[in-house]
Design a protein around this ligand. Structure first.
Ligand code: IMP
Ligand code: MG
Length: 176
């Protein structure tokens, strides 16, 4: 099955980049307490690596959005399976996701957070695929920009597989 995989980002490159993003976040939020809002499930590997590099007071919350949306990319068609439990009012919220593709997911989550009047809201994605963008969302922190190809590993899956790969790989035989 791994024959169809082509490594595009190595474990070492990921580790170096996560160091850099963590340093930037650390600097930007110095002296502040943050709420990290993790979008399940793809971002858990990135989240675990990132937050252990942050020396900031933080709370952690999770949201879960169903990836099933037929062919539609309308945020309202996304099914929110678990919404956040923390009160976001007056808090500095940082949304963490695995990848920003059409940006429908981030658009919807950012909209829901903003409705709760946070002190600030920013987003951080491990991967950015700007070639597929439908919504005008620019993540504030980006690990790597990638081409418009389907990728797996480091939390990202194809039909539930490959989330545990420590690197990022392109996968063939996937209809885009
Ligand atoms: P968006 O709402 O179109 O931005 O899509 C974001 C979600 O689609 C991500 O959180 C992933 O779950 C999924 N996704 C998009 N591209 C890929 C990919 O190349 N590999 C794995 N999952 C992907
Ligand atoms: Mg996702």
């Amino acid at each position: 099955m791994t024959d169809s995989l082509k490594k595009i980002i190595s474990e070492e490159e990921i580790s170096r980049r996560v160091d850099e993003i963590a340093a930037q976040i650390q600097k930007d939020y110095a002296g502040k307490e943050i709420v990290i809002l993790c979008v399940l499930s793809g971002s858990v590997v990135f989240l675990a690596d990132l937050i252990r590099r942050l020396d900031l007071p933080m709370r952690l919350d999770m949201v879960s959005v169903s990836s099933y949306r037929e062919k539609s990319v309308t945020p309202s068609r996304l099914k929110v399976l678990k919404t956040f439990s923390e009160d976001m009012r007056g808090r500095h919220v940082l949304v963490i996701d695995d990848i920003c593709d059409t940006a429908a997911t981030l658009e919807e989550i950012l909209r829901q957070v903003r409705r709760m009047n946070p002190a600030s809201v920013r987003s951080c994605v491990f991967l950015d695929k700007p070639g597929k963008r439908v919504y005008d969302v620019k993540p504030d922190y980006i690990g790597f920009k990638i081409e418009n190809r389907f990728v797996v590993g480091y939390g990202l899956d194809f039909n539930g597989h490959f989330r545990n790969l420590p690197y990022v790989a392109e996968i063939d035989q996937v209809e885009m």
